[in-house]
Design a protein around this ligand. Structure first.
Ligand code: 13P
Ligand code: 13P
Ligand code: MG
Ligand code: MG
Length: 373
């Protein structure tokens, strides 16, 4: 067996510049400086999508390694200090319980990791999204790994024809279940079609049992009687030779599906695929966007990146996303632009209910009284 390499993508929002739109260059420099001195890493790349810093790292320490996670935490803490000095918006948002940014805090850094034995050529795509939630990848991951209208390899590549196993998490009850595609897809869609609660965590090749994709889901937090925890998610996908071709993986984003997030984490909007330099969501703090950096791994070295959505072939997807943006915005405070009551990050409902308590007339009571007289 060859040497195993772990690809760890760890992200956090530790302060927005300006508002929730982007990351200040000083924070990126700080993160690069700290990682470049680390003896733990083989290689790394630091980037951002919107206001989230993403640390893309390779090493030989495996998944859930305490030293790697501690290092990422320390990098984010150091970046928070810079953010505080610059008085950036919501400094330490995803780290500190006391950094008020006007909305419910994130639950700590998001993490997606996979340990692989490098193939002869190891192609990986790292997807990173801002202004949305982990379940946002359910739709494209299903398209990539289970829908032959997206991925022709499922039909014509003998190394893919046996399908993939999907590990799905129930983020509320903290349970997991594995579905096999294609035979379980009708059952699986009952769950993953509700991405606010059920999220695809990992996908495995059914022939080899090897990891194919992983996303940064985390359990939702029960706060004030409601489950909350929108956290701008990342996802790693292996490509080629038994996995979706790069073009098949990217094709899953050519249709800008609706995701939860956007303004104040309380709206539905289209997930717009953009070049990294265009990941500065400013219209109503959106629309939500996703970037993709592609790498070839070579003994753990990250050869790349290529900015995969920096391609005019995605212009029509972007135009469609903007058309949907105009349509959804016209709905203003009405659903489905606004999220259902129990999914919003912000709500004034308890205060308003309290204020109007005496003005609500209980019609059930009135009816039962009148019927008894
Ligand atoms: P693989 O057989 O290596 O996956 O190549 C297929 C391909 O890239 C077609 O686009
Ligand atoms: P982030 O989750 O990207 O920080 O955005 C929060 C928000 O409230 C945007 O309006
Ligand atoms: Mg933010
Ligand atoms: Mg963000």
């Amino acid at each position: 067996m060859g040497k195993k390499v772990t690809l760890s993508v760890i992200k956090a929002d530790v302060g927005g510049y300006v508002g929730h739109s982007s990351v200040h260059p000083e924070l990126i420099e700080k993160a690069k400086g700290l990682l470049s001195g680390s003896p733990l890493l083989i290689d790394f790349h630091v980037t951002h999508v919107g206001d989230d810093i993403n640390l893309i790292m390779t090493h030989e320490l495996g998944r859930n390694n305490g030293e790697i996670h501690q290092m990422a935490w320390d990098v984010f803490t150091a970046c928070t200090d810079v953010a505080k000095k610059l008085k950036l918006y919501g400094a330490g948002q995803d780290l500190l319980a006391d950094a008020f940014s006007g909305n419910i805090k994130g639950l700590g850094p998001g993490i997606a990791e996979m340990e692989v034995e490098e193939r002869k050529s190891e192609t990986v795509l790292v997807f990173m999204a801002d202004k949305t939630e982990p379940g946002a990848y359910n739709f494209p991951l299903y398209k990539m790994f289970a829908d032959p209208f997206n991925t022709i390899g499922l039909v014509i590549d003998p190394n893919m024809h046996m399908g993939f196993n999907f590990e799905v998490r129930d983020l509320i009850e903290n349970k997991k279940i594995v579905f096999s595609a294609p035979e379980d897809i009708y059952d699986m869609l009952v769950f993953i079609g509700a991405p606010g609660r059920f999220s695809i965590k990992r996908i495995f090749h059914r022939g080899t049992g090897e990891i194919a994709a992983v996303s940064s889901t985390q359990r939702l937090n029960l706060m004030a009687g409601r489950y909350i925890g929108k956290d701008d998610p990342v996802c790693i996908v292996r490509c080629q030779s038994g996995y979706p071709a790069v073009g098949e993986a990217l094709e899953a984003f050519a249709f800008p599906h609706l995701v939860a997030g956007w303004m104040r984490g309380s709206h539905h909007g289209p997930l717009m695929p953009v070049a990294q330099r265009e990941s500065r969501p400013t219209r109503f703090d959106g629309p939500p966007r996703v970037i993709c950096l592609g790498f070839q791994l070579a003994e753990g070295r990250l050869v790349g990146p290529q900015d995969m959505f920096d391609d005019p072939a995605f212009d029509t997807a972007r135009a469609k996303a903007l058309e949907i943006t105009d349509y959804m915005r016209r709905l203003g405070p009405f659903e489905p632009q606004r999220l259902p009551l129990d999914e919003m990050e912000y709500t004034t409902m308890p205060q308003v209910m309290k204020k109007l308590k005496d003005r609500f007339i209980d019609l059930r009571e009135k009816k039962s009284k009148s019927s008894s007289t």
